[in-house]
Write a protein of this length. Structure first.
Length: 476
């Protein structure tokens, strides 16, 4: 890691206090930066912050004991001794700052400015994580790639991801998620993307962003700190994104399914293989190649096209792109197919909004046999929440699901929408006020509610914690 103690202090504007005890100087190199005291290693940096549950300053003595080279702190040794009983003489070298979390962001931005590898920034309302996986997977056919892990896509996750980039990495793929205006501006300032990808403009975070126009404006902040010769890749299937015709004097590159003449990289001749994925032809300006998309659904083919668009800009051949797409695998909670003795489970419970709900229901429709949709609340939809839940319920009723189980306070509107739209013979529509009631009923009526051999979609916003439902089904 090409970063020194002195550079850290300078980057965050803090006061560097060196301790003779741990033999650290301002030129001492560090090998990691973390917010988690349990992950501190010899020569690492611990950023002590005050969290909702714990105060990181409580663990300063133990991180120095673990070999930390430096602590970034917003409290003095005397303050920490008073509050937590950590003797000041147990401290090593530290940087005193006004706000530790802001310091982390400044350190991440500074470190990014020292890097010469291409950084791909990915945002959008739906499909950020899946697209990130496709882009990283395809680029790995040519480069050593670092990608965002888990849900590290916010104002703390992005700098921590940037600070994981090492000398061996030749490209980085950074997922960037927001819920309000200004956030993407700050993320872009840290990531300074060379290639910006926007997957779509859907209906999410409407509580703050109000409308799709507001979402487009907020997502477009990713261009604010794009590198001077940066490139932009946009979904040509999205009516809002097609409005973007110029970014800093450059035309965007559009990808999609050939639905608009603007698309220069697109997938066509699509043959669905059900839950096994799709076969397609990927078209480029001067050539085409057959591809096998291993994850099911039209939206996954679009994600593959996004990866192909990025990969062409970074010099990959058509054959390398096809090989990379074929190897991509889902992550937990994101269209992840699970096979148990009794069920085929579509684990898509990481998050939800109206667009991703419809895509997931389309995916369930590709399955064989009896189909069950277990759907929970969608959060942060603002004043349109009731209407949007009703619309999703109606879509579920006509999508081919044999049983629809709506769970949660907001999902009562989903339940009502499904009842009103239902016309499928034998279709059953159920409602449970919360996850607890659902699990209680499953424990006593599982074979009735979930017949053996059925396919089950599980989807809700992350706050519903439907991973517990997935856990129950896997055990069952």
């Amino acid at each position: 890691m090409n970063l020194t103690v002195g550079e850290i202090a300078e980057a965050c504007g803090g006061k560097l206090v060196l301790s003779a005890g741990n033999h650290v100087t301002d030129g001492t190199g560090v090998d990691s930066v973390t917010l988690d005291s349990r992950k501190v290693t010899t020569g690492g940096v611990f950023v002590a912050s005050v969290g909702e549950r714990r105060d990181g300053h409580e663990f300063i003595a133990q991180v120095f004991s673990a070999g930390a080279a430096l602590v970034v702190t917003e409290k003095t040794p005397k303050q920490v001794e008073t509050e937590w009983g950590v003797p000041a003489d147990l401290w090593g070298s530290y940087v005193l700052v006004e706000n530790s979390l802001q310091a982390l962001k400044e350190i991440g931005a500074f470190y990014r400015s020292k890097l010469s590898i291409p950084v791909v920034g990915i945002t959008g309302s739906v499909g950020k994580t899946s697209t990130k996986e496709f882009v990283a997977g395809v680029l790995s056919e040519k480069y050593c790639v670092l990608k965002t892990d888990g849900n590290y896509n916010n104002e703390l996750g992005v700098p921590l991801t940037l600070l994981r980039i090492r000398e061996e990495h030749e490209a980085a793929v950074i997922e960037m998620g927001i819920s309000d205006f200004g956030e993407m501006h700050r993320l872009s300032r840290m990531a300074k993307p060379d290639i910006c990808v926007i997957t779509n403009i859907g209906q999410c975070h409407l509580e703050n962003l109000k409308s799709r126009e507001g979402i487009l404006k907020a997502k477009s902040e990713i261009f604010d700190y794009m590198s001077e010769d940066g490139q932009v890749c946009l979904n040509g299937e999205d009516d809002m994104l097609r409005r973007i015709t110029d970014v800093r004097g450059r035309k965007p590159h559009f990808f999609g399914l050939g639905g608009d003449p603007c698309e220069e990289v697109y997938a066509a001749d699509i043959v669905s293989r059900g839950l096994l994925g799709s076969l397609a032809t990927m078209y480029f300006p001067n050539e085409a190649v057959s591809v096998e998309v291993p994850q099911p659904g039209r939206h996954m083919v679009i994600n593959a096209a996004a990866a192909a668009c990025v990969a062409r800009l970074l010099g990959l051949s058509a054959q390398q792109i096809a090989e990379g797409i074929k190897k991509v695998r889902p992550v937990d909670g994101r269209n992840n197919l699970l096979q148990t003795k009794d069920y085929v489970i579509i684990d898509d419970c990481y998050n939800a909004n109206p667009v991703s709900m419809r895509s997931a229901l389309d995916l369930l429709a590709l399955s064989e046999g009896f189909r069950v949709a277990i759907l929970g609340d969608m959060f942060e939809l603002g004043e349109d929440s009731d209407r949007l839940h009703t619309q999703v319920g109606a879509y579920a009723a006509i999508s081919g699901a044999d049983r629809i189980i709506c769970v949660g306070e907001n999902s009562r509107h989903m339940y009502e929408g499904a009842l009103e739209a239902s016309g499928q013979p034998g279709q059953s529509i159920l409602y449970f006020p919360d996850k607890k009631h659902l699990l209680e009923q499953l424990s006593v009526r599982r074979e009735e509610l979930l017949p053996g051999g059925c396919s089950i979609l599980v989807k809700a916003s992350h706050g519903m914690q439907f991973s517990e439902v997935i856990g129950y089904l896997r055990q069952a």
